[in-house]
Design a protein around this ligand. Structure first.
Ligand code: AMP
Ligand code: MG
Length: 481
């Protein structure tokens, strides 16, 4: 094991052993006047990074890309991806992978600077990121972690001191992203399309060893990899749906093989329950609307299966059959996981066939009533849902609760553990970001971050965020690229 420096970094670069086509050595660009605006104590600790050092001038230089941490051999990764259905050759156009940190618990995690300048994959872009969207990613990724949803984490945001040109001039910033890895469905698509079969195989072997070493003992590890990714992604999307999270850009380059949520661009949480909800300004057709997310994940997984075809069987016809069989299981697995999430939200410990209808009927009433998704489940949890439209349904639900063992207190606790008291609502997120970006005032941001850290605590402080202030119906989110 490499020795830990006073900073705590002990970076390695195992990805560089793969095909040179999969990355390009690239250094971050200089930031002219870096300043730390947020850093994450919990993440720093889990990485074994010295917290005093992180806040020092040298620490900030590293987070700004002005100095490389010990052991770093920075690269930009190549990948491809279906963007809104269209296949493109892509890559880290504004992100630099510093290396892999061996965390305190032994996990190997990617450390990436997002917004660190141009790379060979930048195409027409400037490789930079604006402060607002980087703070947004920091806030929402930490909120997702609080909600118990697999996600990349955020170590820090630094302002670069350089303005970047968007519609107006905006302050530039760099987010330090921590991920199980940045291997995406699009990485496999890239390898399958643009590298040799043995390079695709090496990528698959690397992925299995890094994320799912238990699959090495399977008779068909690549089939097992496909099956595993289908399972973890079905589980992830079920959790998104359960809390009303809308990713906004579920392109195949934004879907990880590790099963972590990645790339918080135009994402947002749904207020009023409506499967057609879309916030992203670029998603004109509603491809990635809330209700479409499970289908789009299935579509993306089919692209993953396609990229694995050369590895699934020596004969292509047989390989296609295997891929289809595995993909054919996705729906069932997803429904199973989603129903499990929804049962817990309703306080159900047991499974009955009729639960599906119970869940669907509740959602149907919520849609008709234009009910707030999160607050309806909170009202059920606290037994304060008294609108006449729900009356009959509540009787059915209470009868169902009686058909299971478990005290009222146990039911309430299960519901509290699955129905967040607070989510990062657009209204509060925008207010916090506006104050931070326009005034340098992080008061609201930090308060929101704090309540979002433990959304199942149901504290008095969290009550205040239940209110859904009247908001522009055309609320839109932007990629911030
Ligand atoms: P995203 O929407 O962040 O998933 O990015 C999609 C693709 O566009 C990726 O290949 C990014 O690296 C690239 N990209 C996004 N923003 C920029 C930028 N400012 N400069 C260069 N490339 C970018
Ligand atoms: Mg992306």
């Amino acid at each position: 094991m490499p020795e830990r420096h006073v900073s705590g970094w002990n970076l390695q670069n195992s990805y560089k052993k793969l095909s040179p086509g999969l990355f390009t050595e690239t250094k971050p660009q200089r930031a002219s006047g870096p300043e730390m605006v947020q850093w994450n104590k919990e993440v720093a600790e889990s990485l074994g990074i010295n917290k005093e050092w992180l806040q020092s001038e040298e620490g900030i230089k590293v987070l700004a890309g002005n100095q490389l941490p010990e052991g770093s051999e920075p690269i930009a990764q190549s990948y491809a991806g279906h963007q809104f259905g269209h296949f493109n050759r892509l890559g880290d156009g504004r992100a630099i992978l510093l290396g892999e940190q061996l965390a305190v618990n032994g996990d190997r995690v990617d450390i990436q600077l997002k917004g660190a300048g141009r790379t060979p994959y930048s195409r027409g872009g400037d490789g930079r990121a604006a402060l607002g969207p980087m703070l947004r990613e920091y806030l929402i990724s930490e909120a997702m972690h609080g909600l118990g949803i697999p996600t990349t984490r955020s170590l820090a945001v630094v302002e670069t001191g350089d303005d970047i040109a968007r519609e107006t001039l905006l302050p530039g910033a760099i987010l330090t992203r921590v991920a199980a890895s940045h291997i995406r469905v699009g990485t496999f698509q890239f390898a399958a399309t643009f590298t040799k079969p043995e390079e695709l195989q090496a990528l698959a072997d690397y992925t299995i060893e890094r994320h799912y070493p238990e699959l090495l003992k399977e008779d068909h590890p690549y089939v097992a990899l496909l099956r595993k990714v289908i399972e973890v992604q079905a589980g992830l999307i079920a959790k998104w749906q359960a809390v009303g999270f809308i990713h906004g850009v579920m392109n195949t380059d934004n879907m990880t093989i590790s099963g972590e949520t990645i790339d918080y661009g135009p994402c947002a949480f749904m207020d009023t329950y409506d499967p057609a909800t879309v916030f992203s300004s670029i998603d004109v057709q509603g491809r990635y609307a809330y209700g479409n997310q499970p289908y789009m994940a299935g579509w993306n997984l089919a692209r993953f299966a396609e990229s694995l075809i050369p590895l699934l069987h020596d004969e292509t016809e047989e390989a296609v059959k295997i891929a289809q069989e595995e993909i054919g299981e996705y729906n069932r697995i997803y429904i199973h996981k989603w129903t499990g999430e929804m049962r817990a939200k309703l306080g159900l410990f047991t499974a009955e066939e009729s639960d599906k209808a119970l869940i669907h009927d509740l959602l149907e009433i919520m849609k008709e009533q234009g009910a707030d998704y999160t607050n309806t489940f909170i009202a059920l949890t606290y037994r304060t849902l008294d609108q006449p439209a729900f009356k009959e349904w509540i009787v059915r639900w209470q009868e169902r609760l009686k058909r299971q063992e478990g005290s009222e207190a146990e039911v309430e606790q299960l519901m509290k553990n699955h129905n967040p008291a607070v989510i990062p609502r657009n209204y509060y997120v925008e207010k916090a970001l506006t104050a931070a970006v326009n005034k340098g005032d992080y008061h609201l941001f930090e308060k929101l971050l704090a309540v979002l850290a433990h959304p199942y605590a149901h504290t008095a402080e969290q009550e205040k965020y239940k209110e859904v202030p009247v908001q522009d119906d055309n609320y839109q989110t932007y990629c911030g690229t």
